[in-house]
Design a protein around this ligand. Structure first.
Ligand code: PGA
Length: 293
């Protein structure tokens, strides 16, 4: 009997080790090679949990989730809550969330103010639906719709002229991660995508680090990997915009769920998460928002 128990314990331990090992897709080799000593004061920033619904949910499906979410998170004060529904649901979601602690944003915008640009949506149109935020340069837009750092830059400036806060997504692809150029890629996204901002603009935007190879896979990068990259982002931003680096929020986004969120949120340079799949249902997103409870 005693032997049976020992064998059972050994088996469970081996399975657990495999499961933990599986979440570490690649060693952080390129990351640890670079010294990232820049750490800021996290307590001065309000944490932000943003749900990116991508191309999911009709208006009625969106409303059904938002009604439940609204009730579930009505007591949350220490975390800012944000949802990016589809364009078509923005107006309805705004009506539903107007007097709540949930903010809304659009998933994209076009930089021109008006004119013959069939199918595009201007910053003013987005603002008009009650949005305070806009997502810019998400990896899916870079991958499928030819978004570049140059178009990202134009969009950021157009959004800010209209008083919208951009959440700018940056991150390396699988190939870039495998060839150890993560830091170079991040730096390029920042130097080109975030160029030419005023101090006020530089201070109010949000950056989301989304390692493309971990988005939508269900397997996130390790919190240590994310922290190293976030600290690097803050360091590069400090070179570009000095004090703004301490003030901006940097979100982690890729396969975050209610089980792994608190490990990310413990890190000193992670100020919130940009969440895809786990934000689609009120139950999982509200759990995630309440990560510290
Ligand atoms: P995911 O998506 O949480 O489903 O990985 C994140 C995102 O694309 O913003």
């Amino acid at each position: 009997m005693k032997r049976l128990i020992i064998v059972a314990v050994f088996f469970v331990f081996t399975m657990l080790s495999c499961a933990v090992g599986k979440s570490v897709i690649k060693p952080d080799s390129d990351i640890s090679a670079i010294k990232t000593n820049y750490h800021s004061d996290k307590t001065s920033r309000k944490m932000l949990m943003a749900g990116n619904w991508k191309m999911n949910k009709t208006v009625s499906e969106s409303l059904s989730v938002i009604k439940t979410l609204k009730k579930a998170v009505s007591d949350v004060k220490d975390v800012e809550i944000l949802i990016f529904p589809s364009y078509t649901a923005l107006q309805a979601i705004n009506n539903e969330t107007k007097d709540s602690n949930i903010n809304i944003g659009a998933q994209n915008l076009f930089w021109e103010t008006k004119g013959a640009f069939t199918g595009e949506i201007s910053p003013a149109m987005i603002k008009d639906t009650g949005c305070s935020y806009v997502l810019i340069g998400h990896s899916e837009r870079r991958q499928y719709f030819d978004e570049t750092d140059e178009t990202v830059n134009k969009k950021i400036k157009a959004a800010m002229t209209e008083g919208l806060i951009p959440i700018v997504c940056i991150g390396e692809t699988l190939e870039e991660m495998e060839t150890n150029v993560t830091f170079q890629v991040i730096e390029k996204h920042m130097k080109e995508g975030l160029a030419g901002l005023t101090t006020e603009q530089a201070t109010s935007l949000v950056i989301a680090y989304e390692p493309v190879w971990a988005v939508g896979t269900g397997i996130p990068v390790t919190p240590n990997h994310a922290q190293e990259v976030h600290a690097f982002i803050r360091k590069v931003y400090a070179k570009m915009y000095k004090e703004a680096a301490d003030k901006i929020r940097i979100l982690y986004g890729a396969s975050v769920n209610p089980e792994n969120v608190s490990a990310f949120m413990k890190k000193p340079d992670i100020d919130g998460c940009l969440v895809g799949k786990a934000s689609l249902e009120a139950e999982s997103f509200s759990k995630l928002i309440k990560y510290s409870k």
